[in-house]
Design a protein around this ligand. Structure first.
Ligand code: MEV
Length: 430
């Protein structure tokens, strides 16, 4: 991909946008068709994915432009229903380009599998009994998944935690740390925990109750940072310094207050979930990890930080767990997910995670910049008005015309849209 800066892309028709991606050699006509919903995921394939299938559910897929992640130009597919998200991310990515875009990295792809050990006579004795045999237990776990072993993954450590207080009294929680390479990892980790449990029971005389992955994947962290050069921040009546300080003050609210932090982090996930979905990954897992990580200090707070550097530029950073894969599960089964991965040109889960946190950071900035200046509704309403127009029954050219009128009237509501539509239609001579 030579540049993710496809100017005028917004004004093209859907067909023309697809043609651009095809001409650039990013996706074939067949791959583009899967993202276009035809054949996409057909019910017959879906029938192998979940139970009682009766059909498939479609979402819009848009392309976020202008992203440069670790020096690489990347087009980002986003599957999402909310207006403004794709435009917001693309615009902030454009502002970040003049300082080189986003710099991102990840920790090793280590997931945590939990075993709940109940009924031991003395927790400390049981803990020591497990730790004394740690090497043997890890060696046994290493044999469970030969493919992962060949790829350099497998068990890395075994930790034993005492849960001193719980509604059923104290018990032990074992953490199997497992390097899952390019997989999301739930299957590998759950299998390993289930297979190790009998050995743990023999060693301790206790009973292993739950054996399951933890979604607080705090050893599989993705981080992104960016610098927005001060002049880039000026817009409309807002001076660059005003916009910058406004963003920092908006972030401070989220850093200090959980009510605001929940919304602030939702805005970050507006950038991340659509890529998680477009690539067939488990967005509930990523959401759970993000919010649990945001509360890791005991007080729920912002996942991002915003400040200024020595030259007065705006600097932002995002750090969060990112349990996503490019092998296994729907990432391989879903034809559109395969096309989405190809479009981004990612060859590892690490690269995918790096793109995701970069987009999350951009999305957060889009929201904070709007909130700190003109407010969120203006930008939102223009796009929202189109959805309201469609919901009211507008078709064809009526949609754009009605949307513009609703925005001009500052009444973007379905009842008003229906009223206008009725008046238009009644006015047409039959
Ligand atoms: C709306 O989907 C997301 C925002 O509420 C995020 C935020 O408040 O930071 C705009």
């Amino acid at each position: 991909m030579s540049t993710s800066r496809l100017s005028g892309f917004y004004n093209l028709s859907i067909e023309q946008r697809r043609a651009v991606l095809e001409q650039q050699g990013l996706l074939s006509a067949e791959e583009l068709a899967t993202l276009a919903g035809a054949p996409g995921l057909v019910a017959e394939q879906a029938d192998h994915m979940i139970e009682n299938v009766i059909g498939v559910f479609a979402l819009p897929v848009g392309i976020a432009l202008n992203f440069v992640v670790n020096g690489r130009e990347v087009l980002v597919p986003m599957a999402v229903e909310e207006p403004s998200i794709v435009a917001g991310a693309s615009f902030m990515a454009r502002l970040a380009r003049s300082s080189g875009g986003f710099i991102a990295h990840v920790s090793p792809p280590e997931m945590i599998g939990q075993m709940q050990l109940l009924g031991v006579a003395d927790p400390q004795t049981a803990r020591f009994a497990i730790l004394e045999k740690k090497a043997e237990l890890l060696a046994a776990a290493a044999e469970i998944d030969p493919v992962l072993k060949r790829l350099g993954g497998g068990p890395r450590d075994l930790e034993v935690r005492l849960i001193a207080e719980s509604p059923i009294g104290p018990f032990l929680a074992l953490h199997l740390i497992y390097d899952v390479r390019d997989a999301m990892g739930a299957n590998a980790v759950n299998t390993a925990c289930e297979l190790l449990a009998p050995q743990v029971e023999r060693l301790t005389g206790g009973r292993v109750h739950l054996r399951i992955l933890s979604n607080l994947a705090d050893r599989r962290i993705a981080r992104a940072r960016c610098t927005i050069l001060l002049p880039e921040l000026a817009f409309g009546d807002f001076a660059a310094e005003t916009a910058r300080d406004g963003v920092i003050a908006a972030w401070a609210f989220a850093a200090a207050d959980p009510y605001r932090a929940a919304t602030h982090n939702k805005g970050i996930m507006n950038g991340i979930d659509p890529i998680v979905i477009a690539t067939g990954n488990d967005w509930r897992a990523v959401e759970a990890g993000a919010h649990a990580y945001a509360a890791r200090s005991g007080r729920y707070t912002s996942l991002t930080t915003w400040g200024k550097d020595a030259d007065g530029n705006l600097v932002g950073a995002l750090e969060m767990p990112m349990a996503v894969g490019i092998v296994g599960g729907a990432t391989k089964v879903h034809p559109a997910a395969r096309a989405a991965l190809k479009l981004m040109g990612v060859s590892s889960a690490a690269e995918l995670a790096q793109i995701m946190v970069s987009v999350g950071l951009a999305q957060n900035l889009a929201a904070l910049r709007a909130l700190a200046t003109e407010g969120i509704q203006r930008g939102h309403m223009n796009l929202h008005a189109r959805q309201v127009a469609v919901a009211a029954g507008a078709v064809g050219e009526e949609i754009e015309r009605l949307a513009r009128l609703l925005v001009a009237e500052k009444t973007v509501r379905v009842d008003r849209a229906e009223e206008i539509l009725l008046a238009w239609r009644n006015a047409i001579p039959s």
